[in-house]
Ligand binder design. Sequence first.
Ligand SMILES: [Zn+2]
Length: 476
Amino acid sequence: MSDYPRGIVLTTAEIESEGLDAVLDNIARTGATALSTSLGVLVPGRLGDGTREPPLDVDGAARLLDRPLWGRRELYLKGYAPHEAHPALWAKVAYPPPTVAPPEHRRDAPRRIIDGARARGLAAHIQISPYTLPGAPGGQTPQSGHGVGVASDRPRRIDGTIAERMVAGHGCLNNPRVRALGRARLAEAARHYADVDGIFLDWAEYTCYFLEDCFACFCPHCRAVAEESSHDWARMEADTRALWDRLHHLTPTDLRRAVDGADWPFALAGAAQDYPGFGELLRFKAATVRAALAELRAALDAAGCAGVALEANGFAPPWSAITGMDWGHVGQVAGATRCKLFTFHWPMITRWWSEALLAWNPALDEAAVLRAVTTALDLPAPPDEHRRDLADYGMPRPDEPHPITMAALTRKLDQAVALAGDGAPCQAYLHSYRPADEFARVLTAAQASTARGCWIQRYGYLSDEKLAILRAAWGG
Ligand SMILES: [Zn+2]
């Protein structure tokens, strides 16, 4: 086994339910070299007063945990902070700090995990989502709920709309209110966990789950930043609008061209050079992500944590071009990057993108749209694919294979590594929500790539069978 990092991601709910030693011993026995925990205290909640676990991700009710929490494979969780927030850190933040746990739940579970990891010789990381908005749809952080929040803080598409269906519920990275929230969250984490090896950032990029997300952000804050930084706002706006309009007038010939040669998003709409302003929008988003990360790095340094690595998760290619995850430049700020291969999302993305194109072009044939989208996203169907219609493309059931080939998975990882270049090591970030036999194949596909390290999201989907598979792969 190489010296590359091998990590498992967990939440504090898992140690509260299963016991600290049981969980950490299971992790250590796989041959893992590291773990990463989310923060906060998680306790059982109920419908209307908690966030569904596993997260719904818009319409993913089929997803269940492999390792029950408090005896249940799906439940509601409430999240609290174990410590009172530091008032000075939040004084100028528009959003309130997380609610502190009531006395009966006020225990520092992340601290126990960090210390337990070190006692077992494991590197200890934490993970935060700096820019997910309290109250936004998506409710990924249990403190966020499923409300509306401040819609104007979220990315705005070229047609002026703001997403209502959201997986992560995060704000625009150029919005000063959103950036202040991210700095406060990071500084708050640094106050209590300054001794960790690294802090992974999740969703510190734009989103791409829905086709409409590709056409953001055109909020006033983006405009101000673009104009200050000499980006041609008028051209970005005009060409993005032109591409948007063009995708509302597709023909069967356009779809055939996309299938013949994938070059999303231009293959559907014509040559890339027809929309130079859209290319500039993508570069602007990448510059925004780089600036946000550099600011968080500075915030961490200012908190006295110059020795703590700032690490970033990012969408796999080709989505990374849309989200602003510039693997090479981000790798120069981050100590490590992880390329997300959360393949249960991919059929949902395929469906949502296809549904948008069909809504925009009702005369098009559904099967032809589906073929064009999967080709454009480099998602070839496996030989034994059972999905036929768009309706089959949703959250996979726990025992249902994902619509992926291992060659495509390795290819996406290799692309991210190549884009990262000489920057920080780009690691594979695999999801364990999948059938056990497929989990084994995915591990092999990651090992066949050029990625330097592998992380598994998340302990709660690692059945005993999958833990044994991991042990065999990692030499535990
Ligand atoms: Zn914006």
